[in-house]
Design a binder for this molecule. Structure first.
Ligand code: 6PG
Length: 250
């Protein structure tokens, strides 16, 4: 399915993100009694997590997962978990039992990936269907810790994998795979800043390319791209006109 594309100032995008999150949470809780949400790291998380604090979501019934994690302690400044803890989970006082962080700080990263996958399947079943999987985009078009050219782009069986050679430091990470992205009910990708314009345009212009962003959008059952004006600036005007009908420019 074609991604929904929204273009607007970051504050407006954050509001749109919260609207989608509230809808997804309400639907998931009505249907299954809980909301499974995977958070991103990076600039999107820094920009939007504080806005999520006031979202009308039953946080006690929300289970938190992550799209990827760096091999650092969960208290480290570089940790995606620590960022969420500081900007969202701490302020909301989310019960610890609802937090399913990726244990990328364990010494054996492959065993950590297997343990994280067991936890995902234990919580969500198989395939593990996240209700909302939130991703950022790297300047090279990576999503989660799936980087261009990585053999992990062919992984369709495992849901969580170890990364030992990330070109973005630190080299060691855990990441959800395309199999997990494909199983999610809704994938929301946020791209903020000029450096994302190239990969965003390429992924939309060549949806069958091997760019991780393109693969993630192709795999997703339903997806939404939230772009600030500079991240959208290489999109063809026709694309923007199309997206402004449904629903487009904020
Ligand atoms: C990470 C992220 C990662 C991020 C992109 C974009 O741990 O690095 O989860 O996938 O979303 O690298 O990050 P920036 O927006 O900060 O460039």
């Amino acid at each position: 399915m074609q991604p929904e594309i929204l273009v607007g100032a970051p504050e407006r995008l954050a509001d749109s993100f919260v609207e989608r999150l509230e809808c997804a949470a309400a639907a998931a809780i009505a249907a299954r009694g809980r909301f499974a949400l995977a958070l991103t790291g990076g600039s999107a998380a820094t920009a939007f997590l504080p806005r999520l604090v006031s979202a009308r979501v039953d946080w006690e019934r929300t289970e938190f997962f992550w799209g990827d994690e760096r091999a650092v302690p969960p208290t480290d400044r570089e940790s995606n978990f620590a960022l969420a803890q500081r900007l969202l989970l701490g302020p909301l006082a989310v019960p610890v039992a609802n937090l399913h962080r990726l244990p990328a700080d364990l010494p054996d990263l492959d065993r950590a990936a297997a343990a994280a996958e067991r936890e995902l399947v234990r919580c969500l079943g198989e395939p593990p269907r996240l209700d909302l999987l939130w991703l950022g985009v790297g300047d090279d078009g990576h999503v989660a810790s799936l980087f261009p050219g990585s053999p992990l782009l062919d992984e369709r069986r495992r849901y969580v994998a170890a990364v030992h050679d990330s070109p973005k430091p630190p080299a060691n990470r855990l990441t959800l795979t395309l199999a997990a992205i494909a199983a999610a009910r809704l994938v929301v990708v946020t791209a903020l800043g000029e450096a994302k314009a190239g990969p965003v345009a390429l992924a939309l212009r060549e949806p069958s390319s091997r760019l991780p962003l393109a693969l993630a959008l192709a795999a997703a059952e339903r997806s939404c791209l939230l772009l600030d004006p500079v991240a959208a600036r290489e999109l063809a005007p026709a694309r923007l006109r199309d997206s402004s009908r449904s629903p487009g420019l904020l």
